[in-house]
Write a protein that binds this ligand. Structure first.
Ligand code: ADP
Length: 326
């Protein structure tokens, strides 16, 4: 394989706190190894539209503590088409880019995999998503910060919830994954988590009510994953009003609050280690892999594994939550 002299770097899809720390780490690590860095703005959109600028170490100064992404991010319809990807390829050649580092979620890595196979081009991915839903890595960049934000918000809701006798449904993000709801519930001492991993045949709301919550408490907090499978917090509240009208139910949807804010130490460290590992991977001749963490170690996860199937939750955590909410 030809020596890599220049890499392109982009953030794509949903933003996540810690993406800036990853941008900094990739850029500095590349320059340290004598590799040029081209920053590509707005994800694949900037690759198609040629929004590409050379980065120096100072371009990534003072960003480690900021949420969002200085490279901006976008969803790009053109990149889903053969013509769009051909245009992106023209710009890769125009800027002498020898490899790409893509920071994003499963959609972004699916796009990377497609592009890499079409043009036989080396790409390394970093898992950047608050949802923690990529397989082959224990954690994704942004997940810990989002979890801490959820904890901060729920603690405040608890103060008001316990002043009234109410059932609070608090909706959190996570797409089709219950990591944020389940671990958020554990971290806040919530009554339960209603998550999409539990089959629709099992009525999680009925189980919650039948378990007799609030018998010994005067308020209850339940974390709900946003998902058509759970019905979301609104859908569940609607059901309570119809089926269990004796309960005074309230809904809070945390929404985009969960994406923002300064990344936690864990996310900054993870992003820094993964960013450096991305450059190591390219120097070792790796291609089409996502950097993952496994038991504190950096590992290379083939794209096919990272985006295939659903990352399983730990059902023991659900049992622990049940046990602790008596
Ligand atoms: P995330 O990376 O957060 O999961 P998306 O699912 O929105 O976000 O994906 C981000 C972008 O990745 C899309 O807007 C699109 O440009 C690109 N993408 C996603 N899936 C594919 C695919 N199968 N083929 C080509 N590009 C894709």
């Amino acid at each position: 394989m030809a020596k890599i002299k220049t890499i392109g770097l982009l953030t794509s899809g949903g933003d996540a706190p810690g993406m800036n720390a990853a941008i900094r780490a990739v850029t500095r690590s590349a320059i340290y190894n004598g590799i040029k860095v081209k920053g590509i703005y707005r994800g694949y959109k900037g690759l198609v539209d040629d929004e590409i600028v050379e980065f120096q170490t100072q371009n990534v100064s003072n960003i480690i503590h900021h949420g969002g992404t200085i490279l901006k991010t976008a969803r790009c319809k053109e990149f889903r088409t053969v013509e769009g990807r051909q245009q992106a390829w023209e710009n890769i050649k125009k800027h002498d880019i020898d490899a790409l580092v893509v920071i994003g979620g499963d959609g972004s890595l699916s796009g990377a995999r497609q592009f890499a196979s079409e043009f036989d081009f080396p790409i390394v991915g970093l898992p950047g998503t608050i949802d923690n839903d990529l397989s082959g890595t224990d954690h994704t960049i942004g997940y810990d910060t989002a979890l801490n934000t959820i904890m901060w918000c729920v603690d405040r809701i608890r103060d008001t919830a316990s002043s009234h006798a109410r059932l609070f449904f608090i909706e959190v993000m996570g797409r089709e994954s219950g990591f944020l709801a389940l671990n958020g519930a554990l971290a806040t001492g919530a009554e339960a988590a209603i998550i999409p991993e539990i089959s629709t045949e099992h009525d999680q709301l009925a189980e919650l009510i039948e378990r007799g919550f609030r018998k010994s408490k005067n308020s209850s907090i339940v974390l709900v994953s946003e998902s058509p499978v759970t019905g979301g917090a609104m859908g569940l509240a609607e059901r309570v009003r119809k089926e269990y009208p004796q309960y005074d139910v309230r809904v809070t949807i945390l929404g985009h609050l969960q994406r923002g804010g300064s990344p936690t130490a864990l996310d900054r460290i993870l992003a820094s280690r993964m960013g450096a590992a991305a450059i190591d991977a390219l120097l070792e001749g790796q291609r089409n892999v996502m950097i993952g963490d496994d038991d504190e170690k950096m590992i290379y996860v083939p794209f096919s594994k990272a985006i295939a199937g659903k990352k399983p939750i730990d059902y023991d955590l659900l049992e622990t939550l049940r046990r602790l909410s008596i």
